[in-house]
Design a protein around this ligand. Structure first.
Ligand SMILES: [Zn+2]
Ligand SMILES: [Zn+2]
Length: 416
């Protein structure tokens, strides 16, 4: 019979008493509070959205959790792979195969139970409503593809919120601040070659299966440098504005500026990114406040939204959903026909080929849902609209009018 000695680990419980029987001081953040101009309350009231829980995302999430950010939303559609473990402090071998966003959120709860954290296993471009982006204090782009950066830029500009982009490659990296109202945006900086690489993942608007960007050389040391600067920029946003702001927290980068960091040899420089007149991402006017549809998002249909919009304009009869929805596919050769409700950009070319005849399906798509159609009675959740998403109600007779901006799930809390 072997003797088992019970391991005394740190208590996760109730009692604020440490292993020596002492009551630790109530303040968790005494050292950072010594930083001149530091405002822990402002940080506690702030909410951050981190898009991407890879190498950069892990470092950003770790720092925000340790520092005591109030609310943290982690968005990533991917699962933990063995190849992530050399660059991701929050993941363990036992996490392989599980969603990165959920594992990262779980580790945040262990690192700092004071942080309210949630995971969204999905895509920042399609699975987080514009209302959520608009109400965040800061958005971090910790992404590894041009397409994902293009999408987060479009979404943040539409929601009227700035974002902080990070990127790394071998021994150099960059941090850039983008804003909806000032300076160049990410899309302004995109070259023809970058657009070609982004569009190379699609054919006729459908996704090419298995297409992905070439992986960049990456080390955890560079990721932590770049992520540290991203977080530092965010602290300027949180603490460097408002009446009581400390001069020490003046923003370092203005919107439309990029900091490039080189580790071999050491060099840092800031440049002003050029604004492009050709850029299609900039909003037409100042941010609008949407009308909130006061119904639970799960059950809200296009008819519910139109009825709410009719309190403002009784003539509205169609809803612009903001993307192209494939509604039907058919094979002209064998007569197969199927109803589908899927974004065109989420539909693979493979899914658009008849498995029986190997012939391409013909298909129907829609950008609008019209009052009185069967689609108008389906919950919008079923066609892929996320909670707190913004949609626009129109009169079909005047499609050039601005329409009425509506937010789904107006009565739902943000943290669900
Ligand atoms: Zn732009
Ligand atoms: Zn067929």
């Amino acid at each position: 019979m072997s003797t088992v000695t019970a391991r005394t680990g740190p208590s996760v419980s109730q009692s604020p008493v440490n292993l020596r029987g002492e009551t630790p001081p109530a303040d968790r953040y005494p050292r950072q509070s010594l930083v001149s101009g530091w405002d822990q309350d402002a940080l506690r009231q702030a909410s951050a959205i981190v898009a991407g829980a890879g190498a950069l995302g892990n470092e950003v999430i770790k720092s925000l959790a340790l520092m005591g950010i109030g609310h943290l939303t982690i968005v990533d559609f991917d699962t933990v792979a063995h190849s992530n473990l050399s660059r991701t402090i929050l993941f363990r071998e036992g996490d392989i195969g599980f969603p990165k966003a959920e594992i990262a959120a779980q580790r945040v709860r262990e690192l700092n139970p004071e942080v309210s954290v949630r995971a969204i296993v999905g895509d920042i471009a399609t699975d987080l409503g514009l209302g959520e982006l608009a109400r965040a204090t800061m958005v971090f782009g910790c992404l590894d593809s041009i397409g994902a950066r293009w999408a987060i830029n479009r979404r943040c500009l539409e929601a009227g919120i700035g974002w902080i982009n990070g990127g790394t490659n071998e021994w150099h990296g960059e941090v850039a601040r983008y804003d909806a109202t000032e300076g160049a945006c990410y899309e302004c900086t995109m070259t023809d070659q970058m657009f070609a690489r982004m569009h190379g993942r699609f054919e006729c608007g459908f996704r090419i299966t298995g297409a992905s960007d070439v992986p960049m050389a990456s080390t955890s040391s560079l990721s932590s440098v770049i992520a540290g600067i991203q977080v530092s920029e965010a602290l300027q946003v949180v603490m460097g504005t408002g009446a009581g702001a400390s001069p020490g927290f003046d923003p370092h980068l203005r919107p439309g500026q990029r900091l490039t960091v080189q580790l071999r040899p050491y060099r840092m420089h800031v440049d002003d990114l050029p604004w492009s007149d050709m850029c299609l991402a900039h909003p037409a006017g100042p941010p609008e406040a949407p009308v909130r549809v006061d119904r639970p998002w799960e059950a809200t249909t296009a008819m519910d939204v139109l009825e709410a919009a009719r309190a403002i304009d009784p003539g509205v009869d169609c809803l612009a959903i903001g993307y192209e929805l494939v509604t039907e596919i058919a094979c002209d050769a064998c007569g197969t026909r199927q109803d589908v409700l899927r974004r065109r950009t989420h539909t693979t070319l493979q899914a658009m080929t008849c498995p029986g005849c190997d012939a391409p399906f013909s298909f129907a798509t829609n950008w609008f849902i019209h009052s009185g159609t069967p689609l108008a009675l389906r919950p919008l959740r079923e066609i892929g609209l996320p909670r707190h998403e913004w949609v626009r109600a129109y009169r079909s007779t005047s499609p050039d009018a601005p329409g009425i901006l509506m937010e789904l799930g107006g009565s739902d809390p943000l943290t669900n």
